[in-house]
Each structure stands twice: as structure tokens, then as C-alpha cells.
Design a protein around this ligand. Structure first.
Ligand code: HMG
Ligand code: MG
Length: 287
């Protein structure tokens, strides 16, 4: 067993962050097959889908069917996005192990993504987090645009901390700090994550990096140096947000695994199985 300090928990987000941004709407059967392939690769957590408005994100319209179709592996946490109480109802009915409320550090992105202000979103999340916790479900709170906003440009550390504090006060189990459009630098990443680590312990902090300018890996390393050991990644580098123009995919899981291994970290994940799953879904997107 690796020491806790050398173990990195990777959350595989390609079925959600990846497929939500693809023009091709992948069939439900292929989504199920992707999740099952990823389950077999050894991930501790897989972000499967989103219980959101099908008008806003048509790619996730079959959330309930995908959750019903997957083969659950013992020890894998199947996570879904839930922007509101209706989303949580869907998630609980689908027996999700974890849910995610997703806010933003920038007002413009909050409006475009979830159609409300930051304050309104926090009010909306509070009962969702309470009900999810009461149901014994793990809760993640995401802060999008933590390193920059597609509409407003720079985002202050204070703006990130305000949302992070509110999410922690609601009782989220984990904070995910997201570079939605991949504009972060290692220096800025250090500053933002160091500030967040002033609010809570590293074991509750996750990094989510889009790789628009190929800085996701160095930003991830800046987090490792601060003691963060939880990161999202996406097989084949799929990803993006329909409400974040210009943002490309998440950092590729294949690249993260290779880099972590070179640095002497353990993940418990079968890199060959991830590569095969990534190539398979890329093929389905071309089909
Ligand atoms: P709204 O229009 O303010 O909400 O949308 P509403 O309550 O007025 O409902 C509007 C319509 O949506 C109604 O349907 C509702 O029934 C339906 P209509 O009467 O028009 O037919 N609706 C729902 N349907 C299914 N499930 C639900 C649900 N809620 C309402 N849960 C809302 C607000 C949040 C619902 C909407 O804006 C939405 O769904 N947005 C999607 C946001 C999203 O999924 N974004 C991408 C994921 S976030 C991301 O990628 C960032 C991340 O990766 C981190 C990072 O990189 O930064 C996580
Ligand atoms: Mg994202």
C-alpha cells in the first residue's frame, strides 16, 4: 500500500464533462459501456452524468437511463451533477453515491451556466446539500471560474473564497476548485489553492483543470506541492462546458496517470484500461 501522501485520488469525469460538450449525442448504451469500462479501470469515483435541464444540456438528457444501465462495481462511487432540488430528486431516485452542486466565482458565468446570481445559487444549493447529506450521499461543491472567467477575465481570490466558504458552511464533503477555461498559471493556481487550504484540510480539496493552454499538468503539480491529492481528469481529454466559450477538454487522464507515475505517485488505476476506454469513446464520437 502506498502511503497516504503518495496516493492520488482521480475522479474520472469523461462521461459527464466530456460528453456534455460533444456535438454528437452519444447513445445511452455507449454511455453505459463507457462508464463500465472506466469502472473496470479502477477509478474510485466516476462522474457519470448530470440531472440538469435537457434544454440546457441535451447531451445529459438520459441521466436516469444511464444510471439505471451501468453495472456497479463495489468500491466505486458513482457521482452526478445536481443544480437544484429537482436534480437531487433524480439523483436519489437513480441511487447516485455522490452529488455535486456547482457554483461559480464569477457572476456572469453563474448566470450563463445556471441562470441565477451567485447568491441565488447558494440559496438554491443549501437545501440540496442538506437533503443529500440527510440521505447519506457524498456531496461535492464546485467553484467554477476559480482561475478566470470566459466573460469577466480575472477573478479575485476573495471571490473564490466567498463561494468556497459558503459551500463549506452548508456542509459539503469536498470542494472542487475549477479552472473552467484553462487559463490558470502555476503561480495563480498556487495562490488560489493556498488560500482555499486556509479554509479546510487538503483531503477535502479537489482540483479540476481544463487544458486549453496545456498548463493543466503544471497547475496540477502546483497543487501536489501544496498537499492536494484529489483531481478530476477525463479519458482522451474529452470535455468542456457549453457555457464557457473557447474552453477545451479536461486534462487527459492518460497524461495525468503518466505524470503522476513519473513523480512516484500511486493511483490504483490501470493506465492501459483507461487508454483503451479513451480510444474506444473517441471512435464512437467519430462513428
Ligand atoms: P432555469 O431555467 O433557471 O430553471 O434553469 P427553471 O427551474 O426555471 O426550469 C427551466 C426548465 O428546466 C423547466 O422546464 C424545468 O422543468 C427544467 P420547462 O418548463 O422549460 O420544460 N428543469 C429541469 N429539468 C431536469 N432536471 C433538472 C431541472 N431543473 C429545471 N434538475 C438550471 C436552471 C440550473 C436547471 C439550468 O440552467 C440548467 O440545467 N443548467 C445546466 C448547467 C450545466 O449542466 N452546465 C454544465 C455543467 S457545469 C460545468 O461543466 C463546470 C464543471 O465542469 C466545473 C468547471 O469546469 O468549472 C462542473
Ligand atoms: Mg469542467
Amino acid at each position: 500500500m502506498p502511503s497516504a501522501d503518495r496516493f492520488v485520488h482521480i475522479v474520472e469525469v469523461s462521461p459527464r464533462d466530456g460528453l456534455q460538450n460533444e456535438k454528437v449525442i452519444v447513445s445511452t448504451a455507449d454511455k453505459v459501456a463507457l462508464v463500465d469500462k472506466l469502472s473496470a479501470a479502477g477509478f474510485g469515483t466516476i462522474e457519470v452524468t448530470s440531472f440538469v435541464s435537457p434544454k440546457a444540456v441535451p447531451q445529459m438528457a438520459d441521466a436516469a437511463e444511464v444510471m439505471a444501465g451501468i453495472t456497479r462495481r463495489a468500491g466505486v462511487r458513482y457521482a452526478v451533477l445536481t443544480p437544484n432540488a429537482r436534480g437531487l430528486d433524480g439523483a436519489l431516485a437513480a441511487r447516485a453515491d455522490a452529488v455535486c452542486v456547482f457554483g461559480a466565482a464569477s457572476e456572469s458565468f453563474s448566470q450563463r451556466n445556471i441562470n441565477c446570481s451567485i447568491d441565488e445559487s447558494l440559496e438554491r444549493f443549501r437545501p440540496v446539500v442538506a437533503a443529500a447529506r440527510a440521505a447519506g450521499v457524498f456531496v461535492r461543491g464546485t467553484v467554477s471560474c476559480a482561475l478566470g472567467c470566459p466573460y469577466e477575465g480575472e477573478v479575485s481570490v476573495d471571490a473564490v473564497l466567498r463561494v468556497a466558504r459558503a459551500l463549506l458552511a452548508m456542509g459539503v464533503d469536498e470542494l472542487s476548485i475549477a479552472d473552467t477555461i484553462g487559463v490558470g498559471t502555476p503561480e495563480r493556481t498556487h495562490a488560489v489553492f493556498a488560500a482555499v487550504l486556509g479554509l479546510t484540510e487538503a483531503s477535502r480539496v479537489n482540483g479540476h483543470f481544463h487544458d486549453t493552454y496545456q498548463r493543466a499538468l503544471v497547475n496540477l503539480e502546483a497543487c501536489l506541492a501544496l498537499g492536494v491529492r484529489r483531481f478530476d481528469a477525463s479519458a482522451a481529454g474529452l470535455g468542456g462546458c457549453p457555457f464557457a466559450p473557447g474552453a477545451t477538454g479536461n486534462v487527459a487522464t492518460e497524461s495525468v496517470l503518466a505524470r503522476l507515475s513519473a513523480l512516484g505517485y500511486e493511483t490504483g488505476i490501470d493506465a492501459d484500461a483507461v487508454r483503451a476506454a479513451g480510444e474506444w469513446i473517441r471512435g464512437r464520437l467519430r462513428a
